[in-house]
Design a protein around this ligand. Sequence first.
Ligand code: ADP
Ligand code: MG
Length: 245
Amino acid sequence: MLLDQQPVLGSSIAFAVRCDGLTKSFGEAETKVQVLRGIDLGVRFGEMTLLVGPSGCGKTTLISVIAGLLNPSDGDVQILGESLAGMRTWRKTQFRSKNIGFVFQQYNLLPALTSAENAAVPLIIAGQPRHHAVAKATEVLRSVGMGDKVNSLPSQLSGGQQQRVAIARALVHEPRLLVCDEPTAALDAKSGQTVMELLKAVACRPDRAVIVVTHDSRVFHFGDRIVGMSDGRIESIEEPKRSES
Ligand SMILES: Nc1ncnc2c1ncn2[C@@H]1O[C@H](COP(=O)(O)OP(=O)(O)O)[C@@H](O)[C@H]1O
Ligand SMILES: [Mg+2]
């Protein structure tokens, strides 16, 4: 039994994310590749859930479906109690831009923009006046320890600093779900630790949830739950801190 139904205090929604019978394939007939083979998963509020497994097992595909960037072939995803399957495209885009933040392995910052401008992009896209967006982005950059780099270009920053700008960009609209795809893979050990500490500090609140895809065993101890994937299926769920207590 992978799902338990323990509700969050003060919330009628049991899980930040719930996947039921998710499958995903690419292509047709003889070129068809079955990537997700029936995923049932509940992601709890207030926790950091790590998704681990060998390269090619479907981790990026799963979080792309969870984040509404890819449609599943079958099954459903509920985010914050709302089913993505039933949403029209415009509504899904709106829902995503309000509720979900995404951090990529390779930062994906725009090279001609400063840290503050990069972190402000989601707010500007959502229609906020530029000066408001940049002011809010500056505040979030301070919270991730980048207050002295708001006017720097990505080329003037280290990898770890660029990833912190990318985290600020993912958090600037205060999403309740943060999804990170191998956020420490391109970083040295120390920067990787800093990034994970930040994710834990800024994103793990009682009404929020964080999913981190990683195969970096140096950061496994940050996970409240460690979900092991193999060949498109969930093979194991560990809760290291619960089993300690
Ligand atoms: N758009 C696509 N078209 C065809 N195959 C894909 C596509 N995206 C991913 N795949 C395949 O799905 C499998 C899982 O990929 P992915 O989710 O990126 O794995 P992981 O993130 O665990 O390394 C791989 O075999 C990959 O080649
Ligand atoms: Mg991947």
